[in-house]
Design a protein around this ligand. Structure first.
Ligand code: 3BY
Ligand code: FES
Ligand code: FE
Length: 403
């Protein structure tokens, strides 16, 4: 049986609302197919434009098998390249971010312009044509400071997502932001467990005391709310009247969802007391309590936009049982640490929450690795989110692997 046949037969065994079987989380062949059919084909969130403010600033990331570098050119354009030297294949940039006038390969010092052209290659003889040895470009697309990359030869449509997201995020003025703090953790669990965990708050009551100072579970989080909840409708109306699109939007295939949710009664931010962490506001709506605008885009990101700051989360798979989660706390670029915000106060809730989620994911990965694990069923009340994620995953894999 090929890895494709094995993967698709496991996927086809899944019943509606059933949790995935153990092999779908742990089998290295399934992981290979997850990379081939999803991570190597989809648009993946890489970072924010304001992390690459000046020419020569770069960030790197690993998209499955593909090392990628993203750099701002001297012409101001942001480009993504395969982070692989066309000489003998060395990785070009090894740090996760930096600034450099040229991209110089550490091995034999081939030197590339910020636009990817080979400008120097010593001792290559007269026949050698530098023009045909430039860096290989990777698709890049930007929406509201979010840089997405796609390592496939042909990238899927980005415009539908761009059109959906832009009106929601644009009032939050992310272009005026900076990264106040960034954390990267490695969770010893499959990437699908990380996203399933993110898609429900059934576990919040028992695990996230800090987050629950402000977060309240809401059906629209799961992407199943109709507008029959009068409190939610009133909240959406209030925000939309003030120029903040809020009512839930979900893509037809379930890959992305955008919605605004109210926070608990006296909270407007993810802090221990629920009060803002940052002086000043990102939005200009004038509405005091705008709750949290949430967006996820499978397979690589979920996000929260509050009145005073925003949070982006990036998920990258490192192996069948290892996933990297990078969190960025975004504040207005003029906000001064220690004056306009206290870094501990800004970050403590989600640092604690991420660590709690890491432990849940790791415990679940260990459990689903047991030969005794049998796939259970999601709650019809509290677990629509992870069930929706699994539907998207299974449907996407089915549509790409012929049987
Ligand atoms: O528990 C979590 O990871 C988060 C909280 C906000 C959305 N999600 C349910
Ligand atoms: Fe990059 Fe040789 S591998 S210069
Ligand atoms: Fe959680």
């Amino acid at each position: 049986m090929t890895t494709q046949q094995k993967t698709i037969s496991l996927i086809k065994q899944r019943q509606p609302r059933q949790v995935l079987s153990g092999a779908l989380y742990t089998d290295p062949d399934v992981y290979r197919e997850d990379l081939a059919q999803i991570w190597h084909k989809e648009w993946i969130f890489a970072g924010h434009t304001f992390e690459l403010e000046k020419a020569g600033q770069f960030i790197t990331l690993q998209v499955g098998d593909f090392p990628v570098v993203i750099v701002r050119g001297t012409d101001g354009e942001i480009r993504a390249f395969h982070n692989v030297c066309p000489h003998r294949g060395s990785k070009l940039c090894n740090s996760s971010s930096g600034k450099s006038a040229k991209l110089v390969c550490p091995y034999h010092k081939w030197t590339f312009s910020l636009e990817g052209k080979l400008q120097f290659a010593g001792n290559m003889g007269n026949e050698f044509d530098p023009q045909s040895h430039g860096l290989k470009q990777v698709h890049a697309a930007i929406v509201e400071t979010y840089i997405y990359v796609c390592v496939a030869e042909t990238a899927p449509d980005f415009e539908g997502f761009r059109k959906a997201l832009t009106p929601f995020v644009s009032p939050h003025n992310l272009a005026d932001c900076k990264v106040a703090f960034e954390s990267t953790i490695v969770e010893k669990g499959n990437w699908k467990l990380v996203f399933e965990n993110n898609r429900e708050c059934y576990h919040c009551e028992g695990n996230h005391p800090e987050l629950l100072n402000s977060f309240v579970e809401n059906l629209s989080v799961a992407g199943v709310a109709d507008d029959s909840d009068p409190e939610l409708s009133a909240f959406w109306d209030r925000c939309e009247t003030a120029g903040l699109p809020s009512q839930m939007v979900m893509s037809d295939n379930g890959q992305y969802r955008i919605t605004r949710i109210p926070l608990s009664a006296n909270a407007s931010s993810y802090t221990m007391d629920g009060k803002p962490a940052v002086n000043g506001r990102l939005d200009k709506s004038g509405v005091e309590n705008i709750g949290a605008l949430l967006y996820f885009n499978y397979p690589s990101t979920w996000n929260h936009f509050l009145g005073d700051h925003a949070l982006s989360f990036r998920v990258l798979p490192l192996g069948p049982g290892e996933t990297m989660v990078t969190t960025k706390w975004l504040v207005h670029k003029d906000a001064v640490e220690g004056v306009d915000y206290d870094l501990t106060r800004l970050t403590e809730v989600w640092i604690a929450t991420n660590d709690q989620d890491r432990r849940l994911v790791e415990g679940t990965h260990a459990g689903v690795s047991s030969p005794a694990y049998q796939a259970g069923n999601y709650s019809a009340v509290a677990e629509n989110g992870p069930s929706q994620f699994d539907d998207w995953y299974c449907n996407t894999m089915k549509s790409r692997i012929a049987d």
